[in-house]
Design a protein around this ligand. Structure first.
Ligand SMILES: Cc1cc2nc3c(=O)[nH]c(=O)nc-3n(C[C@H](O)[C@H](O)[C@H](O)COP(=O)(O)OP(=O)(O)OC[C@H]3O[C@@H](n4cnc5c(N)ncnc54)[C@H](O)[C@@H]3O)c2cc1C
Length: 449
């Protein structure tokens, strides 16, 4: 298996920008794991798909994915059990188990290499033991096959106790994404890069140089671009995460996930390990302190490893832990979204492809209702209050404003991006739009750069 960042050369292939008018059964906006997984599944079913990507395939959250294919989602099941009930958590756990088998089967069909993995959730100190025991009890109830072990096999630092989930997988996510794109194209899907969608109206999506008319439109852009509905926005939270490629030190075997959901995850590569770390909610001040903690954690736990490179991206969390997959509004069944994977995109994009293909082809999956984006959210009241406070807010002097709903942007020197603290849209130093829900660039004056 190739090492990160050698995944990158796999992405050198380029696709032309959309020019002129085109028609399709389904227009997919966004070429990350979601967009490409859905394109591959739909195209294989004979559906005519056009995929539009603003930049290059796989340059969003998917760029940072560390390739763990596992139904061990640590804190996510607890959030679902607390907010949506035990049955919802058990249904989701079953779908995640099935998705591991589904991704495995898909990779075999594509001739794409995977590696067997045993995922260890560890309690680093005795303080973490209550959380680990609680997770074990819950996952037993959910029917997940987890077992306790006194050490985390192949972990480069000592731990108190760990939970093992066997028969999981590792893969190289960007080549996986590209293999899916190749397969989709062989099945007739048309892919356009450098084609940011600027407007979604009725059955039309419009880019700077063209437009697509389609029976269905899927917003596979992380946070759905253009969405200004406060309840919907309140269901999502963008969190910024860092992936660090480490080299040297003792070999790492298997994947290791802290029982504390915002702490590190580690997976082996051929010459070292990939570490993922949560920096907190996008657009807030948490990042700096979380970066410092990351540096201290690496020197304390992995002193013999050195950082070869690191990347910062963001992913979307949902209020109740369940992804948001399906029609954005119940009365407009042609406008679809899929996001809110809480940091677990490989299995969830596979699940999203199955659910959305069922919706589009008129054979809905029985479980689809669990993921409806219009379901009531327990966080709604708080989220709406925050979103409402920012919506249409008066921009203060001295900072650019978000073209989405007028929030004041905050500059993050670590990621070198402007970030919107309201709904998580991000922009380059010059104001070019990177992440939605904004669809337009921000006006950044020379003084503000
Ligand atoms: C640090 C980190 C580690 C992770 N590790 C794992 C892991 O080990 N296993 C796992 O399963 N998951 C992991 N994930 C989660 C996974 O990477 C994400 O959930 C997944 O990549 C989300 O894919 P997506 O396609 O929904 O979003 P994205 O990859 O963000 O794709 C959205 C795409 O939409 C495009 N876009 C945005 N606006 C527009 C527009 N207006 N017009 C056209 N295109 C547009 C963007 O350019 C982007 O390419 C990790 C995530 C992070 C951040």
């Amino acid at each position: 298996m190739d090492d990160f960042p050698a995944w990158e050369p796999g992405l050198r292939r380029e696709f032309p920008a959309l020019r002129g008018e085109a028609r399709a059964d389904v227009a997919i906006v966004g070429g990350g794991l979601t967009g490409v997984s859905c394109a591959a599944m739909l195209a294989a079913m004979g559906v005519k798909v056009i995929l539009l990507e603003a930049r290059r395939l796989g340059r969003g959250a998917s760029w940072n994915c560390t390739g763990k294919v596992t139904s061990q989602l640590v804190g996510v099941y607890q959030t679902i059990a607390d907010k949506a009930g035990l049955k919802a958590a058990a249904d989701y756990a079953r779908l995640m188990r099935e998705a591991v088998a589904g991704v495995d089967a898909l990779c075999r069909c594509l001739g794409f290499p995977t590696q067997a993995d045993s995922v260890h959730v560890f309690a680093e100190t005795t303080d973490d033991l209550p959380a680990l025991h609680k997770l074990h009890r819950l996952e037993n109830k959910l029917g997940l096959a987890v077992a306790q072990a006194p050490d985390a096999g192949g972990c480069p630092f000592p731990v108190e106790l760990s939970l093992i989930t066997r028969n999981q997988l590792l893969l190289a996510p960007l080549p996986y994404l590209l293999a899916l794109a190749d397969f989709a194209m062989e099945q007739g899907c048309v892919i356009h890069e450098q084609s940011p969608v600027r407007a979604v109206e009725g059955h039309h999506v419009t880019t700077d140089q063209g437009s697509v008319k389609a029976a269905f439109i899927l917003l596979a852009t992380g946070s759905p671009v253009g969405c200004t509905s406060l309840p919907r926005l309140a269901m999502m939270q963008q969190r910024t995460c860092q992936t660090v490629f480490l080299e040297g030190g003792a070999p790492v075997m298997n994947s290791h996930l802290s029982v504390q959901p915002d702490e590190l995850t580690l997976r082996p590569t051929r010459t070292g390990a990939l570490l993922a770390w949560d920096l907190g909610r996008t657009g807030t001040k948490e990042h700096h302190a979380r970066q410092q903690l990351l540096r201290r954690t690496i020197s304390a736990l992995l002193p013999d490893m050195h950082i070869r490179e690191s990347h910062i991206r963001q992913d979307v969390w949902s209020g109740d832990g369940l992804p948001l997959i399906g029609p954005i509004k119940p009365q407009e069944s042609h406008l679809l979204m899929a996001t809110g994977y809480s940091g677990w995109g490989i299995l969830n994009s596979h699940l999203a492809a199955k659910i959305l293909a069922g919706h589009i082809t008129g054979h809905p999956l029985p479980e689809a209702a669990l993921f409806r984006p219009d379901r009531p959210s327990p966080k709604l009241a708080e989220g709406m209050r925050i979103a409402g406070a920012y919506a249409g807010g008066i921009p203060r002097l001295g900072a650019p404003v978000c073209p989405h709903m007028g929030g004041k942007l905050r500059y993050d020197p670590e990621s070198q991006r402007w970030e919107c603290p309201c709904h998580g849209s991000t922009f380059t130093t010059l104001g070019q739009n990177l992440d939605g829900p904004a669809m337009q660039d921000a006006q950044v004056s020379a003084r503000q750069r």
